[in-house]
Design a protein around this ligand. Structure first.
Ligand code: IPM
Ligand code: MG
Length: 347
């Protein structure tokens, strides 16, 4: 049966990159039907919301969601614009956020002396709790006594399932190595729980080597020695920060795709480029669609169409290695759809 895909282009460059990803999906031979979801910050002026109240209900029966990007500060406050994104991650229990960072041939790595393949890591970010938990409040708003509390909420269940997922993944990879990111020297409750759970879960994965690294040291090592990382597991906020860094060391946000997975498949999973909506370059054909296209490949693989997903990945790799068709982020003059066409020609 055809996969029912919700295309949710969103704001800024989202529509342009999702349009190319759709063309690539169609050309890959994958059997999908597409429904375009027209929610963005443009709705805010009319309704005071960036998506209808029942957005989860409207999305829950799709097999997957391909998201462009959310946010345009000119139209709506950012924390409201991204609410549906964070709401889907939590509401659909997409607790695994997978963000691969691979240095491909033809990519312009900003680090010295790195060859293709030297960087090959999978960052597994916890996606439903931790520092992103909506718990806290403001007090005495607007007065000199004003206070805000933002609660970091870590459960054993939530921590265990993400660490387990990362160990399972590490087990399937050549190096079978896992780095767990922590900050238990300073965050003495949440991160000490994280470390305790790590040690417990590790007992079930004797074939996987693992270590713990403080997040500040990890930031340094992503730049200094990125080749030491294989699978990396981290909390929601640490993962957010480290994956922008991971995207930049492989040559830019332009080709970093990601998956927000509900591994139980009870609800749809969501796939999106790591980059944001970049409203400053929107509508001008300047955006690099490769991150959205890579996200589409991850979507097909999750849905079981591994052949078509692989085909797209191979086309992207060949394009990066061989093609002069480059968007401005890669120093070229090509447009978003020029890149899409080049990928399709290689499929
Ligand atoms: C990301 C983004 C989001 C996040 C924003 C838009 C809320 O930065 O997917 O990395 O912080 O998770
Ligand atoms: Mg981010």
């Amino acid at each position: 049966m055809a996969h029912r895909i919700a295309l949710y282009p969103g704001d800024g460059i989202g529509p342009e990159v999702v349009a190319e990803a759709r063309k690539v999906l169609e050309a890959s031979g994958a059997d999908c039907t597409y429904t375009t979801i027209e929610w963005s910050t443009a709705l805010y002026a009319k309704t005071g919301k960036c998506a209808p109240d029942d957005y989860l209900e409207q999305l829950k029966d799709f097999d997957a969601i391909l998201l462009g990007a959310l946010g345009n500060a000119a139209n709506a406050p950012d924390h409201l614009a991204v609410q549906p994104l964070l709401g889907m991650r939590r509401g659909f229990d997409q607790y695994v956020n997978i963000r691969p960072a691979v240095l491909f041939e033809g990519a312009d790595c900003p680090l010295k002396n790195k060859k293709p393949g030297d960087i090959d890591m999978m960052v597994i970010r916890e996606n439903t709790e931790g520092e992103y938990t909506v718990l806290g409040g403001r007090h005495y708003t607007g007065t000199p006594n004003e206070a805000a509390m933002q609660v970091n909420y870590f459960t054993r269940m939530g921590t265990e399932r993400i660490i387990r997922y990362a160990f399972e993944l590490a087990r399937t990879r050549k190096r079978k190595h896992l780095t767990s990111i922590t900050k238990s020297n300073a965050l003495v409750y949440s991160m000490v729980l994280w470390d305790d759970v790590l040690k417990d879960v590790a007992k079930d994965y004797q074939d996987v080597k693992y270590n713990s690294m403080l997040v500040d040291a990890a930031a340094m090592n992503f730049v200094r020695r990125p080749e030491i990382f294989d699978v990396v597991v981290c909390s929601n906020l640490f993962g957010d920060i480290l994956t922008d860094l991971a995207a930049v060391i492989i040559g830019g946000m332009g080709f970093a795709g990601s998956a927000n997975l509900n591994p139980t498949r009870k609800y749809p999973s969501m796939f999106e480029p790591v980059h944001g909506s970049a409203p400053d370059i929107a509508g001008r054909g300047k955006a690099n669609p490769l991150a959205a296209i890579m996200s589409a490949a991850m979507m097909l693989e999750f849905l079981g169409d591994t052949k078509q997903g692989e085909k797209i990945r191979r086309a992207v790799r060949a394009h990066l290695a061989e093609s002069d068709v480059k968007t401005p982020d890669r120093g070229g003059k090509a447009t978003t759809s020029d890149v899409g066409k080049d990928i399709i020609a290689r499929l």
